[in-house]
Design a protein around this ligand. Structure first.
Ligand SMILES: O=C(O)CCC(=O)C(=O)O
Ligand SMILES: [Fe+2]
Length: 305
């Protein structure tokens, strides 16, 4: 078998010459891992996937993590994390954006970033799809870093960024809050969702990818809170805030992002140490079901403060 890749719009690649029903030989496993490390986002189309195949295939990329919340795991296959719109949990995921009611919209984030030890990656498979909307966005923070000017790159070497986990979107300082209203049942604190609480974490302004060594911009809008000790890097508080506003806008530029419109048989793998992701959400009552397998992160990238 020989794998070919075709670039997606701006970031990631679409694979061809791959069939999930074929055995994963050590050579194929190496090839897939190399492509993953090179491109960060791999899209596989027209795959005949069962839950068991998704789980087995995901193990090619590392040990699988179980989600800490039992309620979100598939009962039959605990390695599968079930993301559902159009079900009983909609009311907790519903909010209003510029007068529009949306279920399950998520800002740009990295999974488990708020623990300092993000997942290595994850693989999504579409099970039930809406006729429109429900896109997943991916943003390449290695490409975003490369495009920065030298002065900003030098500044990033001198600063750490604090992230503050919270449940209320309106408390996040760098997400777009214009026209945002929480829903009636939007959670107000972690315990409302049986979620643990997490202390603040700090990440370097830029860090080296643990495998490829590529520099990754340490800026993700969700939970981003502040530059730590900005004066040590010669920034007044206003300059630190402006820097983060500028960098968040930079990460979201079209040239570093790809929005995936799901089709049956699609499967997407992303490198969660390098790529941020988001979802556009769906209209109320619309069904969307995604099964996720999660590859455990065995490197600590941030530090608890
Ligand atoms: O539903 C999606 O498109 C992705 C949701 C997400 O953030 C995740 O699976 O980590
Ligand atoms: Fe996520």
């Amino acid at each position: 078998m020989s794998l070919q890749v075709t670039p997606l719009n701006n970031v990631g690649v679409e694979m061809s010459g791959f069939d999930i029903c074929d055995p994963i030989t050590p050579e194929l496993s190496r090839e897939l891992n190399d492509l993953w490390n090179e491109h960060a986002i791999l899209l596989f189309r027209n795959q005949d996937i069962t839950p068991e195949r998704q789980i087995e295939f995901s193990r090619t990329f590392g040990s699988l993590a179980l989600h800490p919340l039992k309620a979100t795991r598939s009962e039959a296959n605990p390695e599968l994390f079930v993301l559902e719109n159009g079900g009983p949990n909609d009311r907790f995921q519903t909010a209003h954006y510029k007068g529009e009611t949306v279920v399950g919209r998520l800002d740009w984030h990295m999974d488990l970033h708020y623990t300092g030890r993000p997942n290595r990656g994850a693989l999504l498979r579409a099970i039930e799809l809406p006729s429109s909307d429900g896109l997943t966005g991916f943003g390449d923070l290695a490409k975003a870093y490369d495009a920065l000017d030298d002065e900003t790159k030098a500044l990033l070497e001198k600063i750490e960024l604090a992230y503050a986990f919270c449940m209320q979107r309106r408390h996040m300082r760098y997400v777009d809050l214009e026209g945002y209203e929480p829903g009636e049942f939007s959670p107000k604190k972690p315990s409302d969702m049986n979620f643990p609480d997490f202390p603040d974490v700090a990440y370097p302004g830029a860090y080296a990818h643990p495998i490829s060594g590529r520099k990754i911009l340490g800026v993700v809008e969700q939970f981003l809170d502040r530059v730590i000790k900005p004066h040590d890097a010669g920034l007044c508080n206003d300059e630190a805030i402006e820097l983060l506003e500028r960098l968040v806008a930079h990460t979201k530029k079209p040239e570093f992002t790809y929005f995936h419109e799901w089709k049956q048989g699609d499967m997407v793998l992303w490198d969660n140490w390098r790529a941020m992701h988001c979802t556009t959400g769906t209209a109320p009552g619309v069904r969307r079901l995604i099964n996720r397998t999660t590859i455990e992160g065995d490197v600590t990238l941030g530090r608890v403060i």
